[in-house]
Ligand binder design. Structure first.
Ligand code: NAG
Ligand code: NAG
Ligand code: NAG
Ligand code: NAG
Ligand code: NAG
Ligand code: NAG
Length: 340
């Protein structure tokens, strides 16, 4: 063996791992750094170093097409008020990205650029706790690989784009803590019935009646808390559904709870502060996971009748039941003959 060959054998792998960085990815990242006004957070992002080694960057060789590990597959940076400006179009120039996260940049404003639709491998999108505004872009529906979209704690306004119902692999929409208005699109009833995404929409200004089509998918988790929804939500329930988590608290929902059957695997049910009438169905105490039921709250509604005795209802104190019209029985005061 020649000494050159031995040299290569010994040192080439080291050189490759130390030098990895596709030049076009590096150029895009340096352009993003400049758009964010060269914050100290990105001090490791220099033209003389390999971008796969930079803060917030990963180049996972397991991503198809990236077996040499030179392409940027994850960009996740967070928590700095010196990161300022808007998300630049250069974000679309990182074609191997599967994860994109900008988290807790209170001085990052503006909307999501259209160029993001060029990220055809993107699965996780985390743009949380920033100051992003404008509508949630309907063009996110043009990235079919997306599974998780987290846009919580921003200033997004306008209504939820119906086009998002087209995302074939979506597992969660978390749009909580924004300024969204309107209702939920009727198209959201078209998700895969057995595997719809979790819907986390709490703390917005959503309003109006829910489309009845939302009764079709078996939501794993549906959190509509602290909005202005009105009318019926009874179709979200049903003993045969796989739903685990229903939070409708602090809205204006008005329906008869007596007509509802609870999904057998439900463990979180928060209905506080609505205009719900009727009584609590006894079936609440026959749920599969009854020993583990962390939240049950029907306070501040217009319920009547005796609280059905059983393992779940007995776990909770007065503050899960108080401020109703004529609900009675343990842990509230005993029912009088007039109340039953
Ligand atoms: C933000 O910028 C200011 C002024 O340049 C600097 O003093 C401070 O250390 C920076 N903070 C961080 C977290 O980089
Ligand atoms: C970030 O925003 C805060 C609050 O709006 C402001 O006080 C601060 O000066 C901004 N920081 C930078 C570096 O722009
Ligand atoms: C729903 O999703 C499951 C699991 O991903 C899949 O097996 C099934 O084919 C899907 N159904 C429809 C109608 O797309
Ligand atoms: C609900 O509507 C009322 C009256 O229209 C309004 O004052 C309130 O701010 C709204 N709440 C939310 C969370 O949007
Ligand atoms: C409830 O959970 C069990 C255990 O995870 C599961 O086998 C069952 O299919 C679930 N029931 C429904 C209706 O989803
Ligand atoms: C139920 O909700 C009411 C109203 O928000 C609250 O005061 C009470 O503490 C809650 N109880 C439980 C057990 O969560």
């Amino acid at each position: 063996m020649s000494s050159t060959f031995i040299y290569l054998l010994l040192f080439l792998p080291l050189l490759i791992t130390a030098e990895k960085c596709n030049k076009y990815d590096k150029r895009a990242l340096l352009s993003i750094k400049a758009a964010f006004n060269n914050p100290y957070l990105l001090a490791s992002w220099t033209s003389s170093s390999a971008c796969c080694e930079w803060y917030g960057i990963q180049c996972d060789p397991g991503v198809p097409g990236n077996s040499d590990g030179s392409r940027v597959t994850s960009l996740f940076i967070s928590t700095d008020s010196n990161v300022t400006g808007t998300i630049p179009p250069a974000i679309g120039d990182l074609p191997f990205l599967t994860t994109l996260g900008f988290h807790k940049f209170p001085n990052v404003t503006g909307n999501i650029p259209y160029s993001i639709t060029r990220l055809t491998r993107l699965t996780f999108l985390f743009l949380t706790w920033n100051s992003l505004s404008g509508p949630i872009p309907s063009f996110l529906s043009q990235i079919p690989s997306l599974t998780d979209i987290y846009l919580a704690f921003n200033k997004f306004s306008g209504s939820i784009p119906p086009e998002l119902a087209k995302l074939p692999f979506i597992q969660i929409f978390d749009f909580s803590r924004n300024r969204l208005t309107g209702s939920i699109p009727a198209e959201f009833g078209n998700f895969n019935k057995s595997y719809p995404p979790d819907l986390v929409l709490n703390h917005n200004s959503l309003s109006g009646d829910l489309p009845v089509s939302l009764g079709v998918p078996e939501w794993g988790k549906i959190d509509l808390s602290r909005n202005n929804f009105t009318g019926d939500a009874s179709f979200l329930f049903g003993v045969g559904k796989s739903t685990r988590y229903i939070d409708l608290s602090r809205n204006e929902f008005a329906f008869d709870l007596s007509r509802v059957t609870f999904p057998v695997n439900l463990t979180i049910l928060d209905l506080n502060h609505n205009k719900i009438t009727g009584s609590i169905p006894a079936q609440i105490n026959q749920l599969v996971d009854s020993p583990y039921f962390p939240v049950f709250n029907v306070s501040y509604n217009r319920l009547c009748g005796e609280i059905p005795a059983g393992p779940i209802t007995a776990t909770f104190g007065v503050d899960s039941y108080f401020h109703n019209k004529c609900l009675c029985g343990s842990p509230l005061p005993p029912c009088t003959s007039k109340q039953i």
